[in-house]
Every structure is written in C-alpha cells, then in structure tokens.
Design a protein around this ligand. Structure first.
Ligand code: 1GP
Length: 252
C-alpha cells in the first residue's frame, strides 16, 4: 500500500497518526538504533527524516540504517533538494505556501521532481504553512518569508484552502522545530474546519496534553522531534502514542 494511503488508514483506524522527526545532524548514528526501536515499541507510526541544514549527518547512511532497523514508513521531510534518497519510502513534496519565496513555492520542486521520479520514492504533495511561534525559528529564517501571525487563523485557513484547491494532499501547520510555542489550538480548529484534507501539526509540542488539544481541534497527524533529543524523555513516547491514537490506544 502506498505510504499516503497507509497514513489515511492509520488516521481512520486510530483517530490520528504519530510521526517522529529525526534530523541526521541531531541524532548520532550510535544512538539511532535504540531510539528507533523505542519508537517502534511505543506505537509510533513512522518517521520523518530531514533538517534545515545538513552539517554533519550522512543522509543516505542515516536512512538506510533506519530501514535496516524497522518496518515503519520512512518519509523524507526535505530541508533542501540535497535531501532525496531512494532508500526512503516517500517524500513530503513541500511547498511553503505561507511564504512568497518562489524558490520554495516551485523552484526547488522543478529541480527535485526528476530526481524523485528516478529514485521511485512516493511524492506526497503537502502545503507547508509556517506560523509565528515566539522567536524566529531556523525554518522561518531559511525560508526568508514572514510566517503567518499566530493570532490570524483566518489567513492560515485561506492559505490551506488554496492548497486544497491546488490539489495538495496534506496541510502542514509548522511552528518550527524547538519552537517556544506550538501552533495555537484556535488556528488548528479554524484550518481543520475549513479544509477537507488532513492536517499535520508540528513544532514545539512537549506534552501529551498539548498533543491531545491539537487532535481535539482537528489535527490528524502529530509530528514531534526536538523533545526527544533528550534521552530522558524517551519513556514519554508511549504516552504520546496512547493520547494521539485516541480511537485505538495500543496496549504498551
Ligand atoms: C519540526 O514539526 C516538526 O519540523 C517537529 O517540531 O522538533 O519542535 O517537535 P519539534
């Protein structure tokens, strides 16, 4: 089954899906196996792999290692066209629709589309909306366009609806990795009530309560990364899974 359909199936059965973001720059290879197994045993549904920069990480080796360890889907979450690898299962084909930077709306896509076709990984068209979240995040800085103001849910909703009309398959409301504040619940509610395509929410989520509120307001996929850069928090993954999979909590 295609990864997109797998995700829709998880959403339908469990209520929502839980993806973990792994940045090759931030997760040392020697810790990768134990973290991935902990995620798998804690009910996580898959992995997003990517980073705004790639200073140290070996992207291909990193993805191959995850594929060797787990059967869970591995989806590229690209910070740039350098982050494409045939060993992955799919790639979020992101267009930064909150911005007006042509390179991130269509330019990089023209460069990367033939590479993706050759690699045979599944592209999943995703409207990526950056949202103000306290201080400037790396993602916002790298995009070079202002994020949507956090008190303007109607702008996010109109942007998301435009993405739906353009044929995109997911909307991703992004506060930025390690954001001070996660996406406002009101914005999640407004966007999810205005569009029919599934809503991914990530950035700055650090508690099961926060994840639960996002789901209650209509998020269908929760993404977390930064919180688990601290190994002391790994034990929490199962509680997040149980909370997010509200229709079908996995016995752990
Ligand atoms: C970032 O939405 C993801 O792109 C996850 O954010 O790392 O803050 O959990 P965190």
């Amino acid at each position: 089954m295609k990864i997109y359909n797998q995700l829709l199936n998880i959403i339908s059965v469990k209520g929502a899906a839980y993806l973990i973001l792994l940045d090759p720059d931030k997760m040392p290879l020697e810790r990768l196996a134990s973290f991935v197994l902990q995620c798998e045993n804690s009910g996580v549904d898959g992995f997003l792999i990517g980073g705004s920069l790639l200073l140290n990480g070996n992207f291909e080796e990193f993805i191959k290692k995850i594929k060797d360890i787990t059967p869970l889907p591995v989806i590229i979450f690209p910070g740039s066209v350098n982050q494409i690898c045939p060993a992955a299962d799919a790639i979020l084909f992101l267009s930064v629709i909150s911005g007006r930077n042509a390179e991130h709306l269509i330019g990089e896509h023209v460069v990367s589309a033939p590479i993706i076709k050759k690699s045979k990984i599944e592209p999943i068209s995703t409207g990526y909306i950056l949202v103000e979240s306290g201080s400037l995040t790396t993602t916002q800085y790298m995009n070079g366009s202002p994020p949507v103001p956090r008190n303007k849910p109607e702008i996010a909703a109109a942007t998301a609806l435009a993405a739906e009309y353009l044929g995109m398959k997911f909307i991703y409301l992004e506060a930025g990795s390690g954001a001070e504040k996660s996406i406002p619940n009101e914005m999640v509610k407004t966007v999810s009530g205005y569009c029919t395509i599934p809503l991914i929410v990530g950035g700055g989520i650090r508690s099961p309560k926060d994840a639960k509120e996002k789901i209650e307001n209509g998020a269908k996929i929760i993404v977390m990364g930064n919180h688990f850069e601290n190994e002391n928090n790994w034990e929490m993954i199962k509680y997040f899974s149980e909370t997010i999979h509200f229709k079908f909590p996995v016995e752990i």
